[in-house]
Ligand binder design. Structure first.
Ligand SMILES: Cc1cc2nc3c(=O)[nH]c(=O)nc-3n(C[C@H](O)[C@H](O)[C@H](O)COP(=O)(O)OP(=O)(O)OC[C@H]3O[C@@H](n4cnc5c(N)ncnc54)[C@H](O)[C@@H]3O)c2cc1C
Length: 424
């Protein structure tokens, strides 16, 4: 009998994780990616313990944990450099069962690509369009168009739409959904080679602005910044000059980071989020995941982490021998409430960190500062409380044996029952 075929549209973090996990479940997987290469756009990405445990299922969790770059002090500061809250990665590890790990996106993409049994099945420079979502008795149909204009039609038992925030598949499946809206802030990101003198990982909150500096495992430094501004604005000269105007007088190491970067290494993106959840994360034989399903504000650092969770839960339900309508309904039931709740938490965090009123910011800083002085232990936990109920998530299975490409290799967590209701 022919091996059931899965087509993954999009080779971002969500699509690649789904491809690896579905291969391990015994699917014949092809990934179609519009970009000419897998070189990811972007800079750093934080991978929290929930996603590390999801990656354990496909044997990659420890590879990520081993890349933990900071153990010492991190926390929250004011633009003058005063610490409001200090914490360490050990506190995070104790609270969530793992450290917070910051990687360059390219490192994560490389780990995922390296875990594919057949990396050649990722076809870059090719755009996919959904022709038919399929039904109980009929396959889904996808049209692939190469950069040269050649077209090819694919039939598949399962299609994974991991085509990102502006997902064309989402629009085709849910045409009346409003889609993403502007989250009221714009971001800058850069990666610089190691700074001469050491620094402590930090995030610094100003009025309607914030800045973060974090070490990467390879010695480079990831910095990000944001400001509450209308969508579509761009610096009149260049984005580095804009950063210098806005953050150049803030505390060390921020001026050093600005000194070490160049205009071509500064990325600027307006942030969009899905305010209203989709009615479902599937239709016919198509599962929607990652930003395509639930783009969220990056204030919790969870967009990519949720895409990884989605992919692992999808593969868990999508046993190649299962009825796809039943499997995908189970996927929606499990993921939609979870990703919606995380997205709402991220939106609340955004409101707290993009306050523009001077009295509100002063009150916020005063409250953090006072708590920190009075009860340092509590305040170090405060910095992490936003991740309670998020970073402690566990996947439905512990692991698929790495040498297995079939379901027999799955080891279920003892406390968990199967999620798929086959009587539906
Ligand atoms: C400033 C900023 C900081 C962030 N920081 C973090 C963080 O620290 N931690 C975190 O977890 N998340 C973070 N995020 C969010 C994270 O980047 C996204 O949630 C994540 O990249 C989503 O992954 P994805 O695979 O769903 O989509 P994407 O990474 O967008 O991948 C979609 C892929 O689909 C391809 N594609 C699109 N259409 C087609 C088509 N028709 N045919 C073929 N291919 C197609 C695209 O080329 C792309 O490669 C941040 C986001 C921003 C903006």
């Amino acid at each position: 009998m022919r091996t059931p075929r899965a087509l993954v549209i999009g080779a971002g973090i969500g699509g690649l994780t789904a491809a690896v996990a579905l291969e391990r479940r015994g699917w014949d997987v092809t990934v179609l990616e519009r970009a000419a290469t897998l070189e990811p756009v972007g800079a750093g990405i934080s991978v929290s313990p929930n996603a590390q445990r999801a990656l354990d299922v496909i044997g990659l969790g420890d590879a990520v944990r081993d890349l933990r770059a900071w153990d010492e002090v991190g926390g929250l500061r004011t633009p003058s450099g005063r610490w409001l809250v200090r914490t360490t990665n050990d506190v995070a590890a104790e609270r969530f069962g793992g450290p917070l790990v910051l990687l360059h996106r390219a490192t994560l993409v490389e780990l995922l690509r390296g875990a594919l049994a057949e990396p050649g099945r990722v076809r870059t420079g090719t755009t996919a369009a959904l022709v038919d979502p399929g039904g109980t008795e009929t396959p889904a149909v996808v049209r692939e168009r190469t950069a040269g204009g050649a077209e090819r039609r694919h039939e598949a038992e399962l299609v994974v739409a991991a085509d990102g925030i502006h997902s064309a598949v989402r629009r085709a499946l849910f045409p009346s959904h409003a889609g993403p809206r502007y989250a009221r802030f714009t971001t800058w990101r850069t990666v610089v080679d190691g700074l001469d003198a050491p620094f402590a990982a930090h995030e610094t909150w100003g009025r309607g602005t914030f800045w973060g500096t974090q070490p990467l495992p390879d010695g480079r430094v990831y910095a990000y910044a944001a400001a509450t501004l209308p969508a579509g604005l761009r610096a009149p000269d260049d984005e580095l000059a804009e950063l210098v105007r806005r953050f150049g007088a803030w505390h060390d190491p921020i001026p050093r980071v600005l000194e070490a970067t160049t205009p071509d290494r500064v990325l600027r993106n307006d942030v969009y989020e899905m305010a209203d959840p989709l009615p479902a994360y599937h239709h016919g034989r198509v599962a929607v995941l990652g930003d395509a399903a639930h783009a969220m504000s990056p204030r919790l650092g969870q967009g990519g982490n949720q895409a990884i969770e989605d992919a692992i839960v999808l593969a868990h339900h999508a046993d190649p021998a299962a009825r796809m309508d039943v499997a995908l309904a189970a996927y929606t039931r499990e993921r939609l409430p979870r990703a919606t709740a995380v997205g709402r938490r991220a939106a609340r965090m955004t409101r707290a960190t993009t306050l523009t009123s001077a009295p509100a910011c002063a009150l916020r800083d005063c409250a953090f500062g006072a708590l920190s002085a009075l009860v340092p232990k509590v305040s170090s936990l405060l910095a992490l409380r936003a991740l309670d109920g998020v970073a402690d998530w566990k996947p439905p299975v512990a692991t698929y044996a790495s040498d297995s490409r079939g379901t027999r290799g799955a080891r279920r967590r003892p406390e968990q029952e199967p999620h798929v209701d086959r009587t539906e």
